[in-house]
Design a protein around this ligand. Structure first.
Ligand code: NAD
Length: 492
């Protein structure tokens, strides 16, 4: 894209205009700095917002603490019913929400429709778990009874990124709400619109002030982490932000859940079904969903040397065939990168790899795409060693690096040599090898002969610096509760 922003201010959100921040049960203009929300595919100004101010944050926390008591007292069954209602309402706004996300984050409308339904499904999933915040009993003697109950934490915050704006907004408020907490949601400053629309659609279902949606950037995120009235912060974001959240929450000893980055390996063994493995490598990049901007994307293929040439040319052909274009067009297979920073960062990685001697087997910057958006073609980088920057750093874009291996234990050393360990994908027909590799690969979420898909209820999260805690499962909801031990002694 674009040297300089070719912005316009065409009304592009289907007639909808955001009302500002949803603070303590009311819509406020926002007392912070102004911010234009831009479409990454066209450069158009989608909305003008003001960041939430420190005062907005304090009001949201104060009101949330009252609302949280009302919410908890409704009991788990009633809370579950309201969350199911919220999910159904959101589903009924599928087209509108998907369009907002396609415009705001640049991903194709088809994928964003999937995201609206996935967000609603995750909300329904947690709605069904409200009665599972269970405790235990401890055997005692002499008429005593010790029991452990689980209580909500109080007011918690969720900080979410730009790559699945609505899906993360809906899914990440669901677990803490199900457990009886109040939630302050901070969407990415780059893609705040569907979170605000979500609050308009479902905000009235909850006690006043239970849910606030505050827009703003790192400063607001830092203020949330430091706020003494917020008991926990759950971040979906980058590793550096994860560190900032831990440091920022240290003084108030915040409970912290971190879902961070990955440079995930996809291993193709000698005996793999090559057609399926190549299709899996393409699917694993999540190009049609997020232009590769998925934490779980398997952006490091390690292929046995006997198949290296074939795999490189087959993936290159598949990449070259991907149709990029307007994200609101149903026929578009891949959209634009979501932000200028991501676009510049991605092109920087590709350029440095090229200069360092890598071969770019697919992906031309001059591929005849509209120059009004942050479009980068799916790019295949090969003929590099495992120590190359492009083989080690998370690009968070449509860039796949292929490495070759000969010896299994050397391959494992390469896979495990990074500080990250989110997902991994192994392609083999040999069950023994599959089991051996799944045990030895350091990653939190591993597929054998598959890639990309998540399974409802299956814990998702990383090892090493890819995060702390697990999400999309019961453990996520329990992370927003605290155990309380009570011993009862007979007074008789
Ligand atoms: P980011 O870390 O820049 O931002 C995430 C959120 O944190 C945003 O709301 C942002 O405003 C906020 N934030 C930024 N700096 C902060 C600070 N100092 N204190 C508090 N909050 C702060 O991430 P991004 O660029 O929006 O998203 C891309 C990253 O997210 C990638 O690294 C990707 O791997 C990761 N991610 C992880 C998962 C997962 O489930 N593991 C899913 C999606 C994205």
């Amino acid at each position: 894209m674009p040297e300089g922003d070719a912005v316009s201010s065409v009304p592009v959100l289907g007639g909808w205009t955001p009302q500002g921040n949803f603070v303590a049960g009311e819509w406020r203009t926002g007392g912070g700095a102004p911010r234009a929300v831009l479409s990454p595919s066209s450069g158009a100004v989608l909305a003008e917002l003001r960041d939430a101010s420190a005062g907005d944050l304090s009001d949201a926390v104060a009101r949330a603490s009252n609302a949280q008591r009302v919410w908890t007292d409704l009991g788990p069954v009633h809370r579950g019913k309201i969350l199911k209602q919220a999910a159904a309402l959101l589903r009924s706004h599928e087209s509108e929400l998907a369009l907002i996300d396609a415009l705001d984050c640049g991903n194709p409308i088809k994928g964003m429709r999937f995201d609206v339904n996935l967000g609603a499904t995750l909300m329904e999933f947690f709605a069904g778990l409200t009665t599972e915040a269970k405790g235990e009993t401890i055997p005692q003697v002499g008429g005593k009874l010790t029991l452990v109950t689980r209580e909500p934490l109080g007011v918690v915050a969720r900080l979410v990124p730009f790559n699945h704006p609505f899906m993360f907004a809906a899914a990440k408020i669901a677990a803490p709400l199900a457990a009886g907490n109040a939630v302050i949601l901070k969407p990415s400053e780059e893609t705040p619109l569907s979170s605000l629309r979500m609050a308009e659609i479902i905000g009235d279902l909850f006690p006043d002030g239970l849910l606030s949606v505050l827009t703003g950037g790192a400063d607001l995120g830092a203020a949330i982490c430091a706020h003494p009235g917020i008991a926990a912060v759950g971040l979906i974001g980058s590793v550096p932000t994860g560190r900032a959240v831990l440091k920022g929450g240290a003084d108030t000893l915040k409970r912290t859940q971190l879902e961070l980055g990955g440079k995930n390996a996809l291993v193709i063994c000698e005996d793999a079904d090559l057609d399926r493995a190549v299709a899996g490598a393409v699917k694993g990049m999540n190009l049609g969903w997020t232009a590769g901007q998925s934490c779980g994307s398997t952006s490091r293929v390690l292929v046995h040397e006997t198949h290296y040439a074939h795999v490189v040319s087959a993936i290159a052909a598949a990449f070259d065939a991907v149709r990029l274009g307007d994200p609101t067009d149903e026929a578009t297979e891949m959209g634009a990168l979501s932000t200028r920073a991501q676009y510049d960062k991605t092109l920087g990685f590709i350029e440095r790899a090229r200069k360092a001697g890598a071969r770019i087997a697919a992906g031309r910057p001059d591929a005849g795409l509209p120059d009004t958006g942050f479009f980068v073609r799916p790019t295949l980088v090969c003929d590099v060693g495992p120590e190359a920057e492009i083989a080690r750093e998370e690009v968070f874009g449509p860039v796949l690096t292929v490495l070759k291996w000969r010896d299994e234990s050397e391959m494992l050393d390469i896979v495990n040599s990074l500080d990250l360990g989110l997902t991994a994908s192994i392609w083999t027909r040999d069950l023994d090898r599959a089991l051996r590799l799944t045990r030895r690969i350091q990653a939190g979420y591993v597929w054998v002969n598959d890639a990309s898909d998540h399974y409802l209820g299956a814990p998702f999260g990383g090892v090493k610096q890819s995060g702390l805690g697990r999400e999309e499962c019961l453990e996520e909801m329990l992370a927003y509760t605290e155990a309380k031990t009570v011993t009862l002694v007979s007074a008789g």
